[in-house]
Design a protein around this ligand. Structure first.
Ligand code: ARG
Length: 421
């Protein structure tokens, strides 16, 4: 374990020098890392710790127990903030409108949660007159980028410490430190994966997942039923959208948080939303994640389908490119980058027309759209039909084709005659 050299300059201006740390807001999960951290910060800096645990809809947590655990470990205050509404409306909603999937696979959820955690930590720090925000991110991941960048942006007066980046304790040393300092070490410590979850999904990293030759091990899946064990009968659900957001499930209007939860349940039981994803992290590492994202899989599939129905071909060609850019910025934690709000203006504008109903069939890992309808559909069956007496003027097509293909035909003719010499 390292001790601080008070003379050493920090690696970045936003990092705390030891003598600047008096009261710390610690983003606390109740797990081993942040529990060890709670003690370690008190010891190393002789500082007070305010623990902050944020509910983003992670399914398993017992928030009362977490709050009490922080107090038992010496926190001067311990807060639990229910941020599910804000998370769903301010973070997940724009991701839905942008069909957000990083590198085509990962629907960002951790990436959406981190800027919100950082924002809440800054608020609490200001309310409680703390000088420093502490978090449990390692130096290898994306989460440090997202939290540090958000704190440095929102609260340049505050400083950051990230003990895991500096304390150089391995897993065993951490457990030893915990035992020594009376920190309860639960059996879940034996879980071989690093987990993060919230209402939009769950991720597993590390352990045998790091072996790219190994198929996803069964014990990873805590949310989604493996498709081969899912029911033998398909289940159909109808999602209604307004302004590009899901508003009703099977005809029943529901608030967004609840709707996401219900969709996650049906998706999960039908094996929908398992993503085995090779991913390029912001810091350059290439890693493999296994995601369980039942709600995102179903909702994004339905949303994109409806968007295609109401958008023109030109919009449908451009939007996926801007969607990819949106996902990239969100993944990279550049939540306050003006380009992201510029993109949001575009996304919101397009999504004003994304209204209607989509029916999906969920069956053994697949979510397939089988029906769609919208008052804004750019679809006219009487024009599209193969049947006779359509209102589309087929006799106009040859003239159109002649002009439409003009330059391509000319270029081809030139190339031919040149190659003949
Ligand atoms: N790879 C995903 C991301 O960067 C998930 C990260 C999960 N975080 C964690 N601390 N286990 O958003």
């Amino acid at each position: 374990m390292t001790t601080h050299d008070p003379a050493a300059a920090p690696a970045a201006a936003y990092l705390a020098r030891p003598h600047e740390v008096h009261r710390v807001v610690l983003l606390y999960s109740g797990g081993l890392d942040t529990s060890v951290m709670l003690k370690w910060v008190q010891d190393q800096y002789d500082a007070e710790v305010v623990a902050l645990c944020v509910n983003l809809g992670q399914p398993e947590d017992d928030f009362d127990a977490i709050r009490q655990k922080a107090l038992d470990l010496g926190a001067v205050a311990s807060l639990v903030v229910d941020a599910r509404e804000e998370f769903a409306h301010q973070y997940v909603a724009p991701a839905i409108r942008a069909n957000a999937r990083y590198q085509g696979g990962y629907p960002p959820f951790t990436a959406l949660g981190r800027p919100l955690l950082a924002k809440l930590a800054c608020q609490v720090a200001h309310e409680r007159e703390a000088d420093t925000v502490a978090h449990g991110c390692t130096g290898k991941g994306n989460d440090q980028v997202r939290i540090d960048a958000a704190v440095a942006t929102l609260a340049p007066d505050l400083r950051v410490i990230a003990p895991v980046r500096e304390w150089e304790m391995g897993r065993d040393e951490e457990i030893a430190y915990a035992r020594e300092h009376g920190i309860p070490v639960s059996s879940t410590v034996e879980r071989p994966y690093s987990i993060d979850d919230n209402l939009w999904g769950r991720s597993s990293e590390g352990g045998v997942i790091e072996d790219l030759d190994v198929a996803p091990p069964e014990d990873v899946f805590q949310l989604v039923t493996p498709p081969e064990r899912a029911p033998d009968r398909p289940e159909e659900i109808e999602l209604a959208f307004r302004d590009g957001l899901p508003v009703a499930l099977d005809g029943q209007e529901l608030p967004l948080v609840e709707l996401i939860g219900r969709v996650a349940e049906v998706g999960a039981r039908n094996g929908v939303g398992i993503v085995d994803h090779l991913e390029d992290r912001v810091v350059g590492l290439k890693v493999r994640d296994i995601y369980e994202v039942p709600a995102a899989e179903v909702i994004l599939t339905a949303h994109r389908e409806l968007e295609k129905l109401v958008c023109t071909g030109r919009e449908n060609a451009l939007k996926p490119q801007l969607d990819a850019l949106w996902a990239q910025l969100a993944y990279e934690g550049l939540w306050y980058e003006p380009l992201l709000s510029d993109l949001n203006a575009f996304m919101d504008r397009v999504n004003e027309r994304v209204e209607g109903e989509v029916v999906l069939r969920l069956y053994k890992g697949n979510a397939t759209v089988i029906r769609r309808r919208s008052p804004n559909a750019i679809y006219d069956r009487s024009m599209a039909t193969f049947d006779a007496d359509a209102s589309f003027s087929q006799s106009s097509s040859p003239g159109f084709i002649e002009l439409f293909s003009l330059q391509s035909r000319m270029a081809h003719r030139v190339a031919e005659s040149r190659s003949r010499g």
